[in-house]
Design a protein around this ligand. Structure first.
Ligand code: PLP
Length: 401
């Protein structure tokens, strides 16, 4: 039965709640998942292309490492910043892959990478401070900026630039109040990859204007063309960059909740203190599993990336064959962001239509901000058979539009 809301009751509850809650956004992928599950419960067969997680199992040696850790006593609290052995291993991995020199003192381990966003924005952004963030982009950036009373300044990512930004747009958005610039490459939702010259343009502004950069590098191991340049590796940037990364995507470990931040000294102690105040620490047996993932999964990761590449090529070609749809081939992550403007419908309406009529769950581009209008996000973390079936259904459902 539908729960009827009594307006008077709601107003009273509203008065009890902190005002900041009205500014908190969400991730609609989870809402679409709920809708899709309800349709499934009613007997409809749904193909899930909405959720951003690898469909591969976590490598077996990683599972074994966690089991052994559980049996050998990694079942109690540990240091808020993480187990020392994992922090050391992460410091050497980050130094090697990003071309920087950092020690374990820079690492804070968290339950997933998302808390790093949360903590950093909480630690840096005061009311009225401006934060430049990618749009379309991961929705939690804008949500968190609003939540703490900051002003989100959308930096449009444009299809004509392979979903990178125009440097003129960036320059036009920087003011005396800009506190933080957020970048994400390869990117969710478009799969776009920033080039070295894009990163250099951001670094130049950040240094000139004394701005901190949050570099979300969660997809940096999932790249098909080109290479990843971490902004932290550019001269003068290490001390003003926070790298956010984690195990969810690279090692198919979304449910383990294991991520980390690389934090310059001016932030490290404060972010650790936020960990102490919120979650105390990250589950130590999950951290032991992370240690194994870093050491012994090279071939699992490379076969996962090869399989994603095969699916990307398949999906891009098949989508472009559908009249009215145009789809760029993304350089990284596991999403495509097809243009559906020719159908003349709003993206959210179009996504609902595909769910209800075709049984294909995808996300509206606007789930990632206003510049996502006219696009859909499709995750190709699903089997070729399901992708084929889904695209066939999309073709049929759009034929009459
Ligand atoms: N950053 C981006 C761009 C993401 O897409 C995600 C997950 O979807 C995250 C961060 C958070 O990942 P997790 O908290 O699972 O480590």
């Amino acid at each position: 039965m539908r729960h009827e809301v009594n307006p008077a009751q709601e107003e009273e509850n509203g008065l009890k709640l902190a005002k900041r809650l009205t500014r908190l956004g969400t991730e609609t992928a989870f809402d679409v998942l709920v809708k899709a599950k309800a349709l499934e419960a009613a007997g409809k067969e749904i193909i899930h292309l909405e959720i951003g997680e690898p469909d591969f199992p976590t490598p077996i040696n990683v599972i074994r490492a966690a089991t052994e850790a559980l049996q050998s006593g990694y079942t109690h609290y540990c240091a808020p910043a993480g187990l020392q052995e994992l922090r050391e291993s992460l410091a050497s991995e980050v130094s090697h892959t990003r071309g920087v020199q950092i020690s374990s003192d820079w690492i804070v381990v968290t339950p997933g990478a998302k808390p790093i966003m949360f903590y950093l924005i909480l630690a840096l952004v005061e009311e009225g401070d401006e934060v430049i963030y990618p749009n379309p982009g991961f929705p939690i950036y804008e949500s968190m900026i609003n939540f703490v009373g900051g002003t989100p300044i959308a930096l449009p990512l444009r299809e004509e630039y392979q979903f990178r930004f125009d440097v003129k747009d960036l320059i036009a958005r920087v003011t005396a109040r800009t506190k933080l610039i957020i970048i994400n490459s390869p990117q969710n939702p478009t799969g776009g990859l920033l080039t070295r010259s894009d990163i250099e343009a951001i670094a130049e502004i950040a240094i000139q204007r004394d701005i901190t950069v949050l570099s979300d590098e969660i997809y940096s191991r999932i790249i098909y063309e080109g290479s990843h340049t971490s902004i932290a590796s550019l001269p003068g940037m290490l001390e003003r960059t926070v790298i956010l990364d984690g195990f969810s995507k690279t090692y198919a470990m979304t449910g383990w909740r294991l991520g980390f931040g690389v934090l310059p000294p001016f932030l490290h102690g404060h972010i650790s203190k936020l960990v102490t105040n919120s979650v105390s620490c990250t589950a130590p047996f999950a951290q032991r599993a992370g240690l194994e993932a870093l050491a012994n999964t090279r071939s699992d990761v490379s076969s996962m990336v090869d399989e994603f590449r095969r699916r990307r090529d398949f999906v891009v070609q098949k989508l472009n064959d559908i009249p009215g749809i145009r789809c760029l081939s993304p350089a990284g992550a596991f999403y495509v962001f097809p243009n559906i403007k020719s159908f003349g419908r709003q993206s959210s309406e179009f996504a609902d239509y595909l769910l209800n009529e075709a049984g294909v769950a995808v996300l509206s581009g606007t789930s990632f901000g206003e510049y996502g209008e006219g696009y859909l996000r499709i995750s190709y973390a699903n089997s070729i058979e399901n992708l084929d079936k889904a695209i066939h259904r999309i073709r049929e459902a759009t034929a009459g539009l």
